[in-house]
Design a protein around this ligand. Sequence first.
Ligand SMILES: Cc1cc2nc3c(=O)[nH]c(=O)nc-3n(C[C@H](O)[C@H](O)[C@H](O)COP(=O)(O)OP(=O)(O)OC[C@H]3O[C@@H](n4cnc5c(N)ncnc54)[C@H](O)[C@@H]3O)c2cc1C
Length: 436
Amino acid sequence: MKVSIFHPEFQTRPYWWDAFTPHPLPELELPHEAQVVVIGSGYAGLSAAIELSRNGIGCIVLDANEPGFGGSTRNGGMVSGGVNVGKGYVAKALAPEQAIPFLEDAADAFGYIEDLIARENIDCGWTKSGYFLGAWSTKHFLDMQKKVDILNAHASADAYLVPPDRQREEIGSDYYRGGLVIGRAAHLHPALYFKGLLNIAKRLGIPIASKTPVIQLDEVGTGWDVKTPRGTIKARDVIIATNGYTGAVTPELKRRVVPVGSYIIATEELPDGLAEAISPRNRSIADTRRVLTYYRLSPDRKRLIFGGRAKFAPTELKEAAQILHGFMTDRFPELKSIRLTHAWTGNVAFTVDEMPHMGKFGNLHYALGCNGSGVAMMSYLGHQTARKIAGRINRTCAFDRPEFPDHPLYNGNPWFLPLIGTYFRSRDWLDRQLDR
Ligand SMILES: Cc1cc2nc3c(=O)[nH]c(=O)nc-3n(C[C@H](O)[C@H](O)[C@H](O)COP(=O)(O)OP(=O)(O)OC[C@H]3O[C@@H](n4cnc5c(N)ncnc54)[C@H](O)[C@@H]3O)c2cc1C
């Protein structure tokens, strides 16, 4: 008899929501005016609002759903300092000298979130246990050698290579051809980190309106009319912090971010010793496959949280969970009989140049485009955007650039994703064939 991979209590919602479920806040009356309206209440929006408030700038945060509904309570909770900047899967990879300012600011983003969590005493399982990037092919491993020095010099990464014969010190699997360790990396409980930000915002008295979608933005004089079904707010400045949920209200930005569903499964509690065997150093783990997977133990080190691009088109969660279970057992065959308790999805925002962006589109501020790594980065870019509005920056952030490229074939409808999926799968297959 075939045994189900689904635990009897299997749920299609984030494992993290067992500790904190996004919920609507008490309804508040919308003001007629605000100095700044922040659209989107994830890490970016709340980080911006907190910094604005600390600089004496009045703001309100509007979210179409519950605060934290987006990627900010759904992600893998893996926090890296710069290693993911400009991956170069589709866009041309940056030359090392071009990458330096971005690596430096990505490293700054890591320092920012680490300090914030310590200073505000946010109880979110922050664990600085490093990151292991598995090389899918020997060529990928050799390419990693070129990156180590620059990561150490400019992203304070504490990076080193792990040859295949020492890989088992990092991960209980022979799936990869060696890999790269980034010592300056961490993982956290994403929903509890979000809850920590929400609590700071509440303490500062920042108004947050849930279930309040912005349906139209009109530029009026030097400010904005921000229209919602519950009324219109006149604002001097508006910050768009909608990342993978960016919609038709900002068509010029929608054309610049491609929402891609990422999927995660959580296992039931693993038998004694198994969690330590598959992740002896409790690292965050990802790999260089184009059909990427990323995984880590739960904060209590009892379960495996395993994410990846199960499919490149909208998929039923149970089907996605089955695909991810297959990916998981490719790496750890000993997990074949382990059942899943949770599966969920959320939108990641990709950009044409695979880089995060902050800046101004016309008169509209934005912090968008996490490209899959936004726990530190989107918090940082929200914070930086607020400092810019407050006139409190003494140097321009590397991610604050006038150019935010679009693509002639993309108008906001990601019809091409299944084609990219096919291309990625073929390239992964070829990379491994060339290895033989
Ligand atoms: C499955 C998954 C796994 C991930 N894993 C990792 C990881 O391990 N490490 C990492 O660093 N990053 C990871 N990420 C990325 C990370 O979660 C995001 O970068 C980050 O949460 C983005 O935060 P944000 O505040 O920019 O946007 P979000 O948290 O997505 O919030 C956007 C908000 O905008 C609101 N909104 C949209 N339109 C409107 C409108 N018109 N009016 C009002 N509100 C609106 C939405 O309701 C939503 O709440 C992952 C993402 C996903 C989905």
